[in-house]
Design a protein around this ligand. Sequence first.
Ligand code: 1BN
Ligand code: ZN
Length: 331
Amino acid sequence: MGKALLVLALALQAVSPPPKFDSGRAWEHLRRLVAIGPRPSGSPAIEQTRQYLKDQLIAAGVSFTEQAWDDQTPIDKVRMVNLIATIPGTRQERIVIAGHYDTKLFRQFRFVGASDGGSSAAFLLELARVLKTRRNPLTIELLFLDGEEARMPDWSGNDHTYGSRHYVEIARRDGSLVSLKTMILVDMIGDRDLGIRRDGYSTPWLTDIIWETAKRHDLDDYFLAEATKVEDDHLPFLAAGVPSVDIIDLDYEPWHTAKDTLDAVSARSLQIVGDVLLSALPHIEARLTRSVVLTGRRIQRPHPYVITKVRQKLRRKLRHYASATMPSVAH
Ligand code: 1BN
Ligand code: ZN
């Protein structure tokens, strides 16, 4: 009986469509994160934020690890923690979907980062729930990054992207960088007037897949054809040779002001990004599983048409060889 139920459950899983991104749930996460208040790196509030993220991952049945370290900023030494949630796939090779959960430190006003720091964390939590019940060909890592924001007022030198630089350095050191096939970054995706431009630093084929998916879904009013160049958490990954893309709406008036609150963001914007990302994912996975490793170098497997032609030619050669060397047989 138990076995029969298991078979039925597996069969249902195989035929039922994966669950959809639910912006209502994402919005609830966002509301609760913003309610914590300002959440700068090293603060008790970011610890509280992390506890919320961990509680929600446990509730979703997704396992995670904490990557903690102390980093020297221009102001002070700060305890930072990346949260790495893993959803196993058929393969060990992995796709990282990342976003930051810290908010920028402002002493002059109360900065709660609804879009900037809140939207990415809330989005990843809802994605955890969705991807957990999906059949994933590659392992998916949901990476909640600490220390994206500069500690000083301006974004300069190395005073930013602490979490992504640390993650890449550790992955390089422990050898896990080789199995990291792609990185997708979401940042500031809550803007109620959503408009995401292509980023000029991001990997073109990956950007194309996402923007073409948006166009197919008539969402090109939100995924715009215009390009810009954004320095963000994807740069350390690109520098390490990992194809990466930044999905960010920087045309956001309340950016780094006291007005980056719930009033400035919408659940609909999270839904749009969720729908596009989940629709683009199979295309990204197809592209990544199409290539095979041969003699240590990554090459593209030839198109099936080419394989058929090569096989036909080989068969002709073998037939020719056989007829030349074998005594002819009367039919
Ligand atoms: C994104 C959100 N960023 C900071 N908060 C990165 C960034 C810094 C983007 C400077 C543009 C300019
Ligand atoms: Zn910011």
